[in-house]
Design a binder for this molecule. Structure first.
Ligand code: ATP
Ligand code: MG
Length: 413
């Protein structure tokens, strides 16, 4: 029989990877709580128009990466390629802005993009991300950048570079667009097909092209920083000032534009040199125009998204593995029922317990206890059982003592 395999570009997360995924997402959620973030879960699919309008018609995501299909009711549905548009949709639809000044959300989950699969690039992948709606202060920009960076450091990922830029508001970008087009026009024929299309739709994105030849040709392109207004410059300066205050080292990259249309003002990425061309671990920025685009509201916003699979690759073996409180070794049929009763009681009292369903000798019990990484072993023999005691072996401190069954819970604290 032919085995059915996972679809190209998708990856199962199980075993140690499952523990790693859990560690990353749970630590993030706990850590971001310190900054006032709470969980948001939006549907995995949305109306296609949300992403067309939100992410932008000329972007790689909308042009070539979306999983779009007709459902049975002939609606055009798209599996979410990113998290921000849906969070904003939920915020606007539920008029959250009328209930609170600032909203801070954290999310974790699958995103879908039809890309060429390779290490660190999948068609279904996971992101953790945050969105803040309702705050325009540049201090927020610095705080969010610092929060993501500190989180990555906290779970053991160092050697990261924070690159930042300001792409200004719409007027500055329109001005810059002209300047940039004047520079690009003479080399149009030498740029890749995608870049020629980007020149029509959003010339800034030419600077985001991953192709070497395009990078070389545009190396001396004029920079957007020169087109910013004084207010935009001040905002950017304050972001940098607070990044210094929070102890975040950063590099300015005037070519950093990011691949989504909704960004304005501050944009940034956190990059590693350990994952080849899939080196961006986290990206984000300010998107003050998106709420206008989707709901005609003047509400400022800032956020980031990080790729969980890329974080998992960077973590390698360096994460807290499974730890098991107790392995229960029962010897002889008559000890089986009491053993399972003890296992059940300990689990209900909050201990993690492993126990085997089949009768085993002492030697294979010990092997198994070692394999599952138990901190303690409770040995239940027929003689001890009749006296109401068990043998407790502490693997960490290498001690062994006889304990009454009643007392087990207290001793295992
Ligand atoms: P890239 O330039 O690598 O394509 P991007 O700019 O498209 O990234 P964003 O849309 O900003 O990425 O998403 C934020 C993060 O999500 C990325 O920095 C990356 O870590 C992760 N990510 C994006 N696309 C994929 C993918 N196809 N597979 C795995 N992770 C991804
Ligand atoms: Mg991409």
């Amino acid at each position: 029989m032919k085995l059915i395999k996972a679809v190209r570009g998708t990856k199962d997360i199980y075993g140690d990877d499952g523990i790693k995924y859990d560690f990353i997402t749970k630590t993030a959620q706990e850590f971001f709580k310190n900054y006032g973030y709470s969980l948001i879960k939006t549907p995995i699919f949305e109306e296609t128009d949300l992403f067309k309008r939100g992410v932008g018609e000329g972007t790689d995501i909308v042009e070539k990466e979306m999983y779009t299909f007709q459902d049975r009711g002939e609606r055009s549905i798209t599996l979410r390629p990113e998290g921000t548009a849906a969070v904003v949709r939920c915020y606007l639809e539920n008029k959250v802005y009328a209930k609170e000044d600032v909203s801070r959300y954290f999310y974790a989950g699958s995103m879908f993009r039809y890309e060429r699969p390779q290490a660190g690039r999948q068609r279904e992948f996971n992101q953790i991300g945050v969105e803040v709606l309702g705050e325009s202060s540049p201090i927020l920009d610095a705080e969010v950048i610092s929060m993501g960076y500190s989180f990555l450091n906290k779970i053991g990922i160092t050697d990261l570079e924070v690159t930042i830029n300001s792409v200004g508001e719409k007027e500055s970008r329109v001005k810059y667009r002209e300047v940039l087009l004047n520079f690009l026009n003479p080399m149009k024929e030498d740029l890749c097909d995608d870049c020629r299309m980007r020149m029509e739709k959003n010339p800034l994105r030419v600077l985001d092209c991953k192709i070497e030849k395009c990078k070389e040709l545009t190396a001396l392109a004029p920079i957007i920083t020169d087109s910013l207004t004084e207010e935009e410059r001040n905002h950017y300066e304050t972001v940098k000032k607070y990044l210094n205050l929070f102890g975040v080292k950063y590099k300015e990259d005037p070519r950093l534009v990011r691949g989504l249309d909704y960004y304005s003002s501050t944009v940034y990425e956190i990059v590693t040199n350990k994952l080849g061309s899939q080196g961006t671990v986290l990206g984000g920025g300010r998107y003050d125009n998106l709420l206008k685009q989707l709901g005609d509201k003047e509400i400022p916003a800032f956020g980031f998204a990080a790729g969980v699979e890329r974080i998992m690759m960077l973590l390698g073996e360096d994460f807290p593995k499974r730890d098991l409180d107790v392995y229960i070794a029962w010897l002889g049929e008559s000890t089986m029922d009491p053993a399972f009763k003890i296992a059940n009681d300990l689990r209900l009292s909050g201990k993690s317990v492993a126990i085997d369903y089949n009768s085993k000798g002492m030697k294979s019990h010990m092997k198994k206890a070692d394999k599952v990484g138990a901190k303690n072993v409770i040995i239940i023999g027929e003689d001890e059982m009749s006296k109401g005691v068990v043998m407790l072996k502490d693997f960490v401190n290498r001690t062994q003592e006889e304990v009454s069954i009643e007392n087990l819970k207290n001793i295992l604290k």
